[in-house]
Design a protein. Structure first.
Length: 339
């Protein structure tokens, strides 16, 4: 029979084991729930027209981040549109600072057939929402209501017209699918290409000879050989250009000519006409004298008036008239008057 000490020790071990198991279960449950098991929660609510897809435990997200869960969805007793159902949610108190007072909520779903969640979009206000406050519900626009039905109908008619053109062989696409014109053109092009390939294979034409004979190769080789011979002659000093490259006599002669030209220019620059101011003044005075002579000649009555020009012009006209009369009647001027 166990002693009282053994019984107490057994009770202690069972109690310690139970506490350790409970601690492990608590930690595991906290990890599985994202570490929010022991966090302080606060309640918020919103009114929606329909809670289909929303129930207890549905996620609550703020800008895509999970912050809590739906506590319950129930009838509010309010008959006003959009406030028929009251959805109570619970979020961690530490997330209240990230939910502005002017935020709005929608019921969204990740997929078309997935469960819905409360999607809160944060507003621009810097004032956070108060605990147990109301979040404004924003009706989510229907996809069909956002479509421009007239534009959509117009696009459908355009697609129907294109399909009709294809069925009746109209347009480039219709001709491609229904007609044989484009197919025949492609066949002609392929036939021409095939004939060219056959001509090459049969060694006909210039391209066939170029592919199967070495005529073009020999011609190119001859050009290269001629160029190589020309370069060899230049390198060996043959011809004028070869001598110019191999012998520097012409180069020295050219250098000497340039040096003579430089010396001639230097002598001219060193001459008294360029260096002496006296010669420059003499040339200047002579040029001024010539200019004065020309000015005096221009100022004479012969050039200042038109009298001389008129007299010469009259004499020329009289001479021209006399010559014309002489050619018409030369006897008039061949008479001899005997005294």
């Amino acid at each position: 029979m166990p002693t009282p000490a053994q019984v107490n020790w057994a009770r202690f071990r069972v109690t310690a084991l139970t506490l350790v198991a409970l601690s492990i279960l608590t930690v595991l449950f906290s990890l599985l729930t994202g570490g929010t098991l022991l966090e302080t929660k606060t309640g918020l609510y919103l009114f929606v027209p329909d809670s289909t897809g929303i129930g207890s435990g549905s996620p609550v997200r703020v800008d895509g981040i999970d912050v809590g869960q739906v506590d319950r969805a129930e009838l509010s007793g309010d008959t006003r549109p959009g406030r028929v159902v009251k959805v109570s949610i619970r979020v961690s108190r530490r997330w209240l600072a990230s939910i502005p007072a002017d935020s709005s909520a929608q019921l969204s779903a990740d997929t078309l057939i997935g469960d819905k969640f409360v999607d809160i979009a944060s507003g621009p206000s810097r004032t956070p929402i108060q605990p147990n406050g109301e979040i404004r519900y924003k009706e989510k626009a229907d996809v069909l209501q956002r479509l421009d039905l007239q534009q959509f109908q117009k696009q459908l008619r355009a697609v129907d017209a294109q399909i009709s053109d294809i069925e009746h062989g109209r347009g480039p696409v219709g001709v491609f699918f229904q007609g044989t014109g484009m197919y025949d053109e492609w066949r002609k092009l392929l036939r021409v290409a095939q004939n060219g390939v056959h001509a090459i294979a049969a060694r006909e034409g210039k391209l066939g000879h170029a592919v199967y004979t070495d005529k073009e190769y020999q011609a190119l080789r001859g050009l290269i050989a001629g160029l190589d011979q020309s370069l060899a002659r230049l390198q060996s000093g043959q011809g004028d250009l070869g001598r110019l490259l191999r012998d520097d006599a012409q180069y020295q002669q050219l250098i000497a000519s340039v040096a003579d030209l430089e010396r001639s220019i230097g002598r001219i620059q060193a001459g008294p006409w360029f260096q002496s101011d006296t010669d420059y003044q003499g040339w200047s005075r002579g040029l001024n004298g010539v200019l004065r002579t020309v000015d005096d000649f221009n100022a004479t009555p012969m050039l200042a008036t038109s009298q001389v020009y008129d007299n010469l012009n009259g004499m020329t006209r009289q001479l021209q008239s006399t010559m014309r009369d002489f050619r018409l009647n030369p006897r008039k001027y061949l008479r001899l008057k005997v005294f």
